[in-house]
Ligand binder design. Structure first.
Ligand code: LFR
Length: 485
């Protein structure tokens, strides 16, 4: 069986043709395109947008390139959305979650809806860009809107004409009740968000509709079903984590963000989970993705962008090789600090963070990249340990999936920092999870997550990294005590 998986990341989008059969799971990348924020001026400032029409155009180009398939599924980053009026017309261009429109909004909302209550209902971590806060930031404009569609749901609407909200992505909005698995309509109302904006929910694996006939004729696309996969990219990536049943494993979905956590059967809503800012996002087959967002490779790619903007030509492979030679744990920073969220001059921010904690800032490019990679591994260590403790589990192996798998230095340092083996792979976990859920929906067997993961283990290249030491506890202490390196 052959299906098309559209996997949209914050820095690139790709369309994969996936082939599934007994002992067979293959991806063929038929189209890849850059994605990223577009800053546009307005009175008194600027707004950071997504180029949503460009994304749609490239999605169509990819589907055309995929040729003959039996199904289509779309996953993307979470939380962002487009608003439609009653006629289905897009009202304004979707805003990027790194835009500053949500500055201070969470603080304002939690004055009237206490954080403990918000967490109790939604199970969600506090991120300034949660859909709830984005909608509140544009509350005055919502009167004109009839429906809010998250990015994959919006593209699905353009492909099929059907409106709805796929559940795993809906669970990231902070408007979704984690226990009843329905929209938290009461909470929406109290936050001033019209409940009519929240469309009917659909389960991953259900059928959204069929590619519209005009599109099929105009573009030569097959008139095939569009399947609601785990449309949150992290939900799809977790489907393809090749965990063995019965093992104590944690996962890190490592891309622009690093999503670090465990798969649970029930949400973990304790005060301690709230204090540690963990989230309970909805997974495929009713699982809970108990995890925390760690800033991720964003800081590294933004660093390269800063250097390139200054006219310095920098190759990722070269600076990573320099970083591998640079002294270990010479300086570490807390990558979860809010100053690393917006686009900008990361080297300057890292230098400032080192000075604030009394550490000597890195002086070469290799040392700066080493500081980022060491700091990421340190954040993984802290988060894996917290997740295990909060869920009352032990962790014997850490699975790393996503683009970060290619970063061998990071994988080794993750094993060192966490003190357990790392199993790295697959790289294209989100696309594989997308393909697997479609294949099941279209009748390819694969009854449950265990069967899907067994197929991933059987067919995908995985690499094991053994822990080799390092004084990570001392490095961790430096983030707070500011002792000189
Ligand atoms: C990863 C991801 C994260 C989400 C962030 C913003 O691509 O989907 O899970 O918190 O992007 O949407």
């Amino acid at each position: 069986m052959r299906v098309a998986a559209v996997d949209l990341g914050a820095s690139s989008g790709r369309v994969m043709a996936g082939t599934v059969g007994p002992g067979r799971l293959e991806l063929d990348e038929v189209h890849r395109f850059p994605n990223g924020p577009v800053r546009v001026a307005r009175a008194g400032g600027s707004t950071l947008y997504w180029d949503i029409l460009g994304i749609y155009r490239e999605t169509l180009a990819g589907l055309r390139a995929a040729g003959d398939v039996s199904g289509v599924g779309i996953d993307s980053w979470a939380v962002d959305y487009g608003l439609l009026d009653e006629s289905g017309t897009l009202l304004g261009n979707p805003v990027h979650y790194r835009d500053s429109r949500t500055d201070g909004v969470a603080e304002q909302v939690t004055k009237s809806i206490p954080l403990r209550e918000l967490f109790d209902v939604t199970g969600l971590q506090q991120l300034p860009f949660n859909t709830l806060y984005q909608l509140v930031s544009e509350r005055d404009r919502l009167a004109a809107a009839d429906t809010m569609l998250l990015i994959p749901d919006l593209l699905n609407y353009w492909l099929t004409g059907e409106r709805g909200a796929e559940r795993t992505n809906a669970s990231t909005t902070q408007l979704f009740d984690v226990r009843s698995r329905t929209w938290a309509l009461d909470l929406a109302e109290r936050a001033g968000i019209p409940p009519r904006l929240l469309p009917p929910l659909r389960e991953p694996g259900s059928r959204v509709g069929t590619i519209r006939a005009e599109l099929a004729t105009e573009l030569g696309l097959p008139e095939v079903p569009v399947i609601a996969v785990g449309s949150h990219d992290t939900a799809s990536a977790v489907v393809a984590v090749p965990a063995e049943p019965g093992t104590n494993s944690a996962y890190i979905s490592s891309g622009t963000w690093s999503l670090v956590g465990l798969e649970l059967a029930e949400p973990e809503l304790s005060d301690a989970a709230l204090a540690a800012n963990f989230t309970n996002e909805g997974g495929v087959d009713g699982t809970i993705r108990f995890l925390r967002n760690v800033m991720g490779l964003w800081v590294l790619t933004e660093t390269l962008r800063t250097w390139e903007a200054r006219g310095e030509r920098v190759e990722l492979a070269t600076v990573l090789a320099e970083a591998a030679e640079a002294p270990a744990l010479a300086a570490v920073v807390d990558l979860d600090a809010p100053e690393f969220l917006p686009p900008g001059d990361m080297p300057a921010r890292i230098t400032a963070a080192c000075r604030e904690t009394g550490q000597r800032p890195p002086e070469t490019r290799g040392a700066l990249v080493r500081c980022i990679v060491d700091s990421l591994a340190l954040a993984y260590r802290r988060t894996v340990r917290q997740a295990a403790e909060l869920a009352g589990r032990s962790v014997d192996v850490v699975h790393v999936v996503g683009g970060g798998v290619r970063n061998e230095l990071l994988c080794q340092l993750t094993a060192d920092a966490c003190g357990v083996p790392v199993l790295a792979g697959p790289v294209e976990a989100a696309a594989l999870g997308n393909v697997l859920v479609q294949a099941r929906a279209l009748g390819a067997g694969l009854p449950d997550l265990a069967a899907m993961r067994a197929l991933v283990r059987e067919t995908q290249a995985l690499r094991r990294y053994e822990p080799s030491g390092g004084d990570w506890a001392a490095a961790e202490a430096r983030l707070t005590t500011g002792a000189l390196a």
